[in-house]
Ligand binder design. Structure first.
Ligand code: SIN
Length: 477
């Protein structure tokens, strides 16, 4: 199949591509056109996937690390071969500017490559015994079949960040992609098949309504783990549901990242990084900077330079190579961003640039004088809106930064080493960018504290989420 020209519209279960009993339309946020009518999976498809995942696990878990690494390496290479087709699919289905989508494909493939290498280093341990005839071993074992639910904002990278460590560890993976972005997920499924991934190891179940699929898989005690990226609200429901069958749980949930610019910051660098931290993916990342706290000495320079840079962003058609900010994913997203800006203005904020939309494209927006009670300083906006808030002292910066139930990512700019360490230690977040606006990378731990989630993805932490420790005690005769 020429995957550049045609989207996969079937679901992928037990190594075969099947048409659904029902279908749903995937629409492009660029112009609202229907890209494809795809299979809409429900309870029956979920049950078939669970059976296949259990059957495949019995064999996949006993393949050698070297066999799994080779399959994953082929998957990585195929992703790179098809990188343009994947990037285009991402852009068409969720509106990410094409150049960013190309970067996402490299990021996504990076997880596959990293875990293809890491699987060869899943060492166990030997434990000294007090008895001369005993040998004690701790062995890493795959947790079992996994159910993974991914979001639309990174249609490729959030799949591989979960599926790559799971598959490398010897688990099988049932994937339910977001209803806005299933086409990329199905394409990745095809590439897994082409890489020689055995039937039932990776399965893809698109669904317009996730509930029937989730009900089956969350209630099935053979599915040993749930991994989810999405809202805190849904994460809580899954966490509760996981208790019934005592599944292992990884949750990567919402964020509300502060971005602090201290008096001694390099303003030029801080502005450049703050552009990425705020406007990458149109502000639709869980680690997007949501609020900027700026110290007196740099306030004027930062605000002017940042506003100027925001005005210069190229906005519009995400398929155009030059575009830096494309449409938001859907009407609901646009309504939320619009409501947050309206709320801030009603509470006395001043609009410096932006504040309007055309179609689903919201103009990059900068606001000053935003009241502490404003929604955008308390809830995730998930859009290209930057509220700049004055801040006078280190203690105040830390207090304001931590005054949220979320704890995913926080950023700050300083040239003072002591401040860098003390502030990094005081911030209640899972990820800290010190003079760094985009810290995410496959080999590092990604995840949050408080309402931002449980567990870590990326690096060796990411694969440990898919491993159990089996203790074996040998008594020699
Ligand atoms: C996310 O939005 O959850 C992913 C962002 C990233 O990997 O940087």
């Amino acid at each position: 199949m020429d995957i550049q020209e045609r989207f996969e519209t079937r679901f992928f279960v037990a190594g075969s591509w099947r048409s659904g009993p029902r279908t749903f339309a995937v629409k492009s946020p660029i112009d609202g056109r229907v890209l494809a009518e795809i299979a809409d999976c429900g309870a029956a498809e979920a049950r078939a996937a669970a059976d296949a995942a259990v059957e495949a696990f019995a064999k996949w878990r006993h393949t050698t690390a070297y066999e799994r690494a080779a399959t994953m390496r082929r998957w990585h290479d195929l992703m790179m071969r098809e990188s343009e087709a994947i990037a285009r699919t991402i852009t068409l289905e969720m509106g990410k500017p094409i150049n960013e989508a190309r970067g996402e494909v490299r990021y996504a493939a990076g997880f596959v490559e990293w875990y293809a290498e890491e699987v060869k280093r899943l060492y166990g341990q030997t434990i000294p015994s007090q008895f001369p005839n005993k040998r004690l071993l701790a062995l890493p074992q795959p947790v079992g079949p996994v159910y993974g639910v991914t979001p639309w904002n990174f249609p490729a990278a959030m799949v591989t960040r979960k599926a790559a460590p799971a598959l490398a560890a010897g688990c099988t993976f049932i994937h339910k992609p977001a209803e806005q972005s299933p086409l990329t997920a199905l394409l990745l499924g095809r590439l897994w098949e082409e890489a020689g991934g055995p039937a039932g190891t990776l399965q893809v179940l698109p669904a317009l309504d996730p509930v029937p699929v989730s009900e089956v898989l969350m209630g099935d005690e053979r599915i040993r783990k749930i991994t989810f990226t999405g809202s805190t609200e849904v994460g809580r429901l899954l966490y509760r549901r996981a208790a019934d069958t005592l599944k292992r749980v990884s949750l990567e949930l919402g964020g509300h990242a502060p971005f602090i610019i201290f008096d001694d910051a390099d303003v030029e660098q801080a502005v450049a990084a703050a552009m990425g931290a705020k406007f990458r993916n149109g502000g639709q990342t869980c680690v997007s900077a949501n609020r900027f706290y700026v110290f007196p000495r740099v306030r004027k320079d930062f605000t002017e330079a940042y506003t100027e840079a925001a005005r210069k962003l190229k906005v519009g058609d995400p398929l155009n190579d030059e575009t830096q900010v494309g449409p938001l994913v859907d009407r609901q997203a646009l309504d939320k961003v619009t409501a947050h800006v309206k709320d801030a203005l009603a509470r006395g904020a001043r609009l410096v640039t932006g504040g309007s939309s055309e179609g689903l494209v919201y103009q990059p927006t900068v606001l000053l004088g935003v009241d502490e009670q404003s929604r955008m300083l308390r809830e995730e906006t998930f859009g290209p809106v930057a509220p700049i808030v004055p801040c006078e002292s280190d203690a105040e910066a830390v207090r304001l930064a931590n005054a949220t139930p979320y704890g995913l990512a926080a950023y700050f700019w300083t040239r003072d080493l002591t401040r860098a360490f003390t502030v990094a230690e005081q911030l209640e977040y899972g990820i800290i960018g010190v003079n760094d606006g985009v810290p995410s990378t496959p080999q590092a731990p990604f995840g949050g504290v408080k309402n931002s989630g449980i567990g870590r993805e990326g690096g060796h932490w990411g694969i440990e989420e898919y491993l159990e420790t089996k203790y074996v005690s040998f008594a020699l005769p």
